[in-house]
Design a protein around this ligand. Structure first.
Ligand code: PDD
Length: 324
């Protein structure tokens, strides 16, 4: 960075909302600016910090017990998709686990927006995690929330061209694996070891993802909801404790019904899925993504089907229009 005034500026990106950058940071621009392109500004417990400076205790229950919840909200064109849906699900996850929200939902929205601005995100995601905090030692029982405040962390992930993912043009392959996760998958917790193992099983098998099967029926993908299409009818598992209540799922089913498509919310087997005309997944980061192969069975023509393709278009159009 040349010249006496650093306008780039790490200092501005670190300043508290609405305040000028602190002078000591404005002056200290030489070394910081060199690192600026590498370093994200993240949010930790009320502060905007460089990612290298952000720290959480080793006694944090998120780290020791996976005692935390999270949300992933997409950003397209610098705007947040379905923020209200993610905020509502977050509140539900917190209340199911008797955890307090450390900030109110208006403040949460402004933190999301600040991270988009400070990190210059056009397309990407904002990741949010709230844990039951740091009680200062390891103990199975929950600490008293009056003395142990929850930990809140948010960071951005830049994914230029997120909506133009080439995988959507060719479709993805999934394998089926047993669903051995815990019984409250409707709560969006950070217990993601088995989903990570599932992704690795898929990778080793030369596939893109795994659909999980319990008692003979598909629950969902490792990080997405699962759908098949037969004779124009969209079939996806009904809501319950067995799956995450996807925010993208809710929007896509609403758009499908508005477009006079028939939706059936019920369990389906892998055998039925292999006989389907098409299949797809939904999530905040994949939007609507066609599935063209399940285990060794190619679906339909082996190319993304018309229903998934149309739903992806509608979802992206409508979500962009409603983004905030
Ligand atoms: N995953 N099911 C599971 C198990 C998920 O982890 C997700 C989201 C979904 C889709 O939910 P939504 O439409 O609200 O994103 C379904 C996020 C994207 C993740 O873990 O990165």
């Amino acid at each position: 960075m040349q010249g006496a005034f650093c306008t780039c500026s790490i200092a501005a990106r670190l300043s508290p909302i609405g305040l000028d950058p602190p002078l000591y940071l404005a002056e200290y621009h030489g070394e910081l600016c060199q690192e600026e392109s590498m370093s994200r500004i993240v949010y930790v417990n009320g502060e905007y910090l460089l990612e290298e400076e952000a720290k959480v205790s080793i006694f944090d229950r998120g780290f020791l017990m996976a005692d935390g919840v999270y949300e992933v909200t997409s950003v397209l064109g610098g705007k947040l998709l379905d923020f209200a849906g993610h905020a509502a699900r977050l509140q539900r996850s917190l209340s199911e686990l008797e955890m307090a929200a450390p900030v109110d939902m208006d403040e949460l929205l402004s933190i999301h927006r600040e991270l988009v601005t400070r990190n210059g995100i056009t397309d990407g995601m904002i990741y949010l995690q709230i844990t039951r905090g740091n009680p200062g030692d390891r103990d199975f029982t929950f600490p008293d929330p009056a003395t142990t405040p929850s930990t809140i962390v948010l960071f951005s992930q830049s994914k230029p061209g997120l909506a133009e993912n080439p995988a959507a043009k060719q479709g993805i392959k999934v394998i089926s694996i047993e669903d051995i996760r815990w019984g409250r998958r409707d709560i969006k917790t950070v217990q993601l070891l088995y989903p990570s193992m599932g992704k690795m099983m898929a990778k080793k098998a030369g596939a893109d993802d795994a659909w999980m099967v319990e008692d003979g029926h598909v629950t969902e993908g490792t990080s997405n909801n699962a759908y098949i299409v037969k004779n124009g009818k969209i079939i996806t598992r009904h809501l319950g404790n067995e799956i995450l209540h996807g925010i993208t799922r809710a929007a896509v089913l609403r758009f499908a019904k508005e477009a006079q498509m028939v939706v059936e919310e019920r369990p389906f087997t892998i055998a039925e899925a292999k006989q389907a005309d098409e299949a797809f997944i939904t999530s905040a980061s994949a939007f609507v993504m066609p599935v063209v192969q399940i285990d060794d069975a190619k679906l339909g023509t082996g190319k993304p089907g018309p229903v998934a393709t149309r739903l992806r278009e509608i979802y992206l159009d409508e979500s962009r229009k409603a983004a905030i």
